[in-house]
Design a protein. Sequence first.
Length: 77
Amino acid sequence: MSNTPHELHEEFPAKAETIAALRSADEHFRKLADSYHDVNRALHRAETRIEAISEEEEQRLRRLRLSLKDQIARALA
């Protein structure tokens, strides 16, 4: 099990089956979920000081993650 916070299954625990189904059936949703995963991992690496990035880049990634999460939430509604 991953120790990276903010994974989709943690953010939307009641929607795990829906997320899996949409990842399989909807290419747009799959791209959103993949982008969220990539941004979330990059943020985790920055927060744990594994990969250094500027404060501005970290804030940009946080805004992007939030935007992707909002889009995913709308798709799950």
